[in-house]
Ligand binder design. Sequence first.
Ligand code: NAI
Length: 216
Amino acid sequence: MAEKEISQAVISRLPRYLRYLGELKDEGVERISSQELSGLMNVTASQIRQDFNNFGGFGQQGYGYNVEYLYTEIGKILGLDKKHHLIIVGAGNLGQAIANYMNFERRGFIFTGMFDINPELFGKKIRGMEVRPMEEMADFVKQNNVDIAVLTIPKGEAVLVAAKLSDVGIKAIWNFAHVDLAVPKEVQVENVHLSDSLMRLSYMIERYESEVANKE
Ligand code: NAI
């Protein structure tokens, strides 16, 4: 199905479709048209059809989409039909906050271990998960089939730790450290910068206020 290259813009919209479809499914909705979905999501119906056409369409014209089927298929495209096992590297404020958020598991992201270099944190339990020393990381990754590492450590350490994670066979890094990681091509990296999002918000305030000022 995903033989042809799908644009990043389309991929980045899939999680949002999945969220809405999950809610519809929970509400017992069985079918939805692109127009109805468009009304809910504030995206044009033609955008929705174009996006879904990248994956063969998912539905019949005039008949609407089967919510359960669409939810399952988008989940498969996103690789959510498989479970992922994660470790958190850096058990500080951010690492602990992520560990405490339960909803990731609903999507099949299972947190299995937490690691740090601060001996004061060793043995501390965050939502039942013990913080372990970094020396145990390599064996733990191999023994527990870990495929994703969440990197919540200072940027000065992140490049080196990412290289270590790559060496032990981690498939992907969810990188919160504010630095670009140089890892082998087999290792996928998703950078998350909350401050980028906040700056976009600041830009939106500026833009809105200048539009209003121009109208006056
Ligand atoms: P924190 O200081 O509370 O926690 C960092 C933890 O990393 C500490 O427990 C420390 O002992 C551990 N650590 C340091 N070097 C390590 C290594 N080599 N291996 C394993 N553990 C190591 O800091 P906080 O607030 O949790 O932030 C963590 C990082 O995330 C910082 O770099 C911060 O700038 C970044 N951050 C990024 C955000 C984003 O949106 N991308 C948002 C908030 C923080």
